[in-house]
Design a protein around this ligand. Sequence first.
Ligand code: C5P
Length: 403
Amino acid sequence: MSPLEGKNVVLCVTGGIAAYKAADLTSRLRKKGASVYIIMTESATHFITPLTLEVLSGNRVVTDMFDRAFTWEVEHISLAKRADVFVIAPATANIIGKAAHGIADDMVSTTLMATRAPIVMAPAMNTNMYENPVVQQNMELLRERGVCFAAPVSGHLACGDTGSGKLADPADIVRVIEDALTPKDLSGLSVLVTAGPTREAMDPVRFLSNHSTGKMGYAIAERARARGARVTLISGPVALTPPEGVEVVPITSALDMYDAVLSRLPRLDWVIKAAAVGDYRPATCADDKLKKKQDDMSVALVRNPDILKEIGARKNDHQTVCGFSMETRDLINNSRAKLEGKNCDMLVANNLRTAGAGFAHDTNVATLLYRDGSAESLDLMAKDSLADIVLDRMLAIHQKKDR
Ligand code: C5P
């Protein structure tokens, strides 16, 4: 479920050509279950009509032009109080400057001054304006006071210039808003997540691997970061975009992963091993491409170290470890043996043969196993939602240890 569900978003639209994108942003916020209340500066009304945003938000749009005469006093306080999150998109250099220096001379800046809700700004302006040190310093001041920014992107701007200052994609602005609404219950924790497959080389051209796409591990890393943890993601080769705000360490083989994880272990609070690690590797990796000779060929394999088992053996009393287990039969018995044998605090078990579970899907069907012998069977759900449940359960185990 999105953190926007049932929330009140006050969306302020200030005057720039990107103001028209507030329409798309409004629809996206409503689709996520939020109520949207819009305030426009007078200059914004020249770029997009209040009527458009009124229809899309389903609420009366407050503008400086028309509303000052009657409900102004009451309105700015009531909207400020109603906001669960306060968004300015697009945010001009003007509103950024006013917000940084405490100027409240119109409906947007006055309501902003009166709110206690988290604030998100999505700047959009000409590149030279955006790069002007005064704008950068104002943004820095606001950042220090806790304002979250949806950073503008580089691109072709309406003025004809090419450079940074283009409004962030509305989908990315929504993500920053969701972040601002997410309680930071994991702040202060160092979390390491592994994801994806490993590749075990036979020669410079070929390798042994598996079908893991990394989606589950990436979802966990992303949710842990959103909830305030310091996250390191040790990732095998995958086709996913690295999540922002996460330290991503790319690795190839199980031995690479072993080094990357165990060298960091003493500094970690949690380890979540969602990677599908190759159990075996070719005994040797040929220097040159192996040529075909006879009809059959066999490759000698040797065991890779079990990273999770090593973590289980080395972890201290304050560290919390979660393993993953994928099976095609006898899921619970096999998984419980791993939970005990690898000394994990909990284990996420999923059956490759269950519809909607396993590699490549955006969903999973999992059973969570705990050290007290209990098990929790979960329904089919998005990997993001499962990620949050895994983190909730890790937090409960962690808190019990530290009590
Ligand atoms: O024993 P199995 O490979 O099924 O266990 C899966 C769990 O162990 C996963 O959490 C996986 O990341 C971890 N693992 C590991 N090192 C290996 C094999 C698996 O850390 N060599």
